[in-house]
Design a binder for this molecule. Structure first.
Ligand code: AHM
Ligand code: MG
Length: 280
């Protein structure tokens, strides 16, 4: 595992350097879920494939930007599923984006998730690694990731971040989100899931939602490389997750590599309230 994490660090440092190049013009290809790929998504995907395929611990790679699994070494232990550049539609406005990695042992399903990592390309390059606990690292002047602190969620937060077009939310979701604002929660939503959840983790609490909508009854966010790794990280930090009905997102199973699910990540108070609202 340590070797694999070192390769991931190498890849994110390379992506961070690539992002300094301001070319955000569109490429002509579309990814598996039909999103228009930006050139930087493609470059980030290439960097990760290139770097991680040299790691002896990697059995296969699953990328948000590729339709199929990429087999690397049958004898190795870990399948890495990743979103090379989450929030890439925000590149043109220079908001923080990130890369998300889920590390599965032998099979890519939530039960086999052993660790998760994400990077944040903001004013600083930061990396969050969850195994038995969740730790925040920051790149220092010597290009080394130095430990900043352990991240822990409190029982209740102040941040309310919900994605999707409000017009297309269910009444249940609209009422739930409004009830949090009525309690004094503040809206904090950038449009990059990884940065929005990073804010909640660093501030110690709150809720991030991406609900089912009229157009996308299974939500927008992808289970294997967005939802499961961030659920693992939030839960290891003492937070909670749900799809509205199940007690944790990590109870869900999917056959399709690119399956999506409604998802909620937060402190105990907000997720308990969410489950009460959705199950009523
Ligand atoms: P991406 O992986 O193509 O960037 O899409 C995922 C992003 C998430 O980071 C974010 O939470 C969501 O899409 C935002 O969607 P919306 O604009 O519908 O709220
Ligand atoms: Mg994404």
């Amino acid at each position: 595992m340590k070797e694999l994490i070192d390769f991931i660090k190498k890849a994110v440092i390379e992506i961070s350097k690539e992002l300094k190049n301001p070319d955000t013009s569109y490429s002509s290809t579309e990814n598996a879920t039909g999103d228009k790929q930006l050139k930087l998504d493609v470059k980030s995907d290439l960097i990760i494939t290139d770097v991680l395929s040299k790691c002896k611990e990697v059995k296969a790679l699953i990328s948000e930007e590729k339709d199929e699994i990429l087999n690397i070494n049958d004898k190795a232990k870990f399948i890495v599923a990743y979103d090379p550049l989450d929030g890439s539609s925000l590149l043109d406005v220079n908001f923080s984006v990130g890369s998300i990695f889920a590390i599965y042992e032998q099979e890519a399903n939530a039960k086999n998730l052993k660790a998760a990592v994400y990077s944040i390309y903001g004013p600083r390059l930061e990396l969050v690694f969850a195994y038995d606990k969740v730790e925040l690292f920051r790149l220092d002047k010597d290009e080394q990731f130095a430990l900043v602190k352990e991240l822990k969620m409190s029982q209740k937060g102040k941040i309310n971040a919900s994605g999707g077009t409000q017009r297309d939310w269910s009444k249940t979701h609209s009422d739930f989100i409004k009830s949090l604002f009525d309690e004094g929660y503040r809206l904090r939503y950038s449009g990059a899931m990884v940065s929005d959840i990073h804010q909640i983790l660093c501030k110690g609490g709150g809720i991030f939602s991406y609900p089912a909508t009229k157009n996308a009854p299974n939500g927008k966010l992808r289970a294997l490389f967005e939802v499961f790794p961030l659920a693992f990280i939030v839960q290891k930090a003492g937070g909670f997750t749900s799809d509205g009905f199940n007690d944790t997102l990590l109870d869900l199973t999917f056959k399709d590599l690119h399956a999506t699910t409604p998802c909620f990540f937060g402190s105990k108070y907000e997720i308990d309230k969410l489950k009460d609202a959705y199950r009523a």
